[in-house]
Design a protein around this ligand. Sequence first.
Ligand code: SF4
Length: 457
Amino acid sequence: MKRVDHVGFSEKFIADEKHIKFHDKRLWDLRSSRDVEVHGIPEWEELRRLASGIKEHTLTHLADYLEQFERNATANGVVVHWAKDAEEHNRIVHEILSARNATVLVKSKSMLTEECEMRPYLEERGIAVVETDLGEQIQQLDDQLPSHIVVPAVHKLATDVAKTFSKTMGTDPNESRIPVLCEAQRQRTRPLILNAHAGMTGCNFAVAETGGITVCTNEGNADLSANVPSLHIASIGIEKLIPKLEHLGVFIRMLSRNALGSPITQYTSHFRGPRKGGEMHFILVDNGRSERLGMEDFWYSLKCIRCGACMNTCPVYRRSSGLSYGGVYSGPIGAIINPTFDLKKYSSLPFASTMNGSCTNVCPVKINIHEQIYKWRQIIAEKNELPFIKKESMKIAGKVLANPKLYRAAIKAADAAVAKLPRVVLYNPLNEWGKKREVPEAPKETFHEWYAKRKKK
Ligand code: SF4
């Protein structure tokens, strides 16, 4: 599989000044609102410890909790299916739909169904799939992956959406007022929901004790998808389990505060059984999760509650956008999850990080994201998956940094070169750094020179 060209994709995004400024600001605003909310909860760190502990306990007893969940859900009248991978998940969904002659499926946002590439699978088999989340529908109409796990079309300006809607819905391409665009989407989607044969949701939390699931949305579209058609299918990653109903409070208090800086999602809906005369199916999906659970350095990533805060805070993500990561999951969480699916394809992603640790600091379930990124870098180097230039330059850097005399000589030579060499020698197509940056003027003396002088005095 070809390596994702994160730098190349980012370059395209960065070249567009208007988009990059908007994207950076929009996500930093989310991060700032998150800080305000979090600082209003004095026991925030206690909540993080609890959330992390609950997730670690569940993951280390996962088989037991999954069986308990299945027993309780079945007792509630839900049909529970198990899917070992994406292919099996898609096949199960198709079988449920085709057995009932269902040809229109409305669904709310679910990263798991994106991961399984379910939409194209069903569409190839004659089933129309309608994304009902506004951002996700914009991405569907543009045939793009979500660029963020909470706000899927965050990289787009309202003017971009106006163009997409005009091409696909026949609206005015110059009308980019947000309420008007939302109304257009609403008018298009409502009849589809009302006439759909089946509805689908993802799942934020699956409670073993009750056999019920909780879905959090801000648009109410999950509730419409689940409740209007009489058939509801929910796709559930097996890591979404929590043991008890009382644990929900910990996560619900954190999720929206950390994601969007709002105290709670508009709709926190609980589904426990089919309505009278209806059907409810839960599909428990593994798709590589059991394998990840067995990875000593990476199993903590299964604690993720998909709040997106690590993306909002990441300076690389904010400036390169989610689509540059070339996978379903982007940003810091994508950099640690995607390589578990395909190391070669996603080997550039762990290098898309400044390693500032901000992702780890904001993570509500205390995932050691930057440490996992560092670990992936080591594995990628050991497995010889680094591009040639990076590999060779790292070798030279390693030698220089490991030898203080060589390091000081290199610094002196670099200072002299920056001061004296003609500009074209430093800023040319071979120098990636010089493309977007000016090398700062060197100080008159280095710290070591200053320190040595001071010591002598
Ligand atoms: S890794 Fe942590 S911060 Fe990032 S999306 Fe998951 S829970 Fe949120």
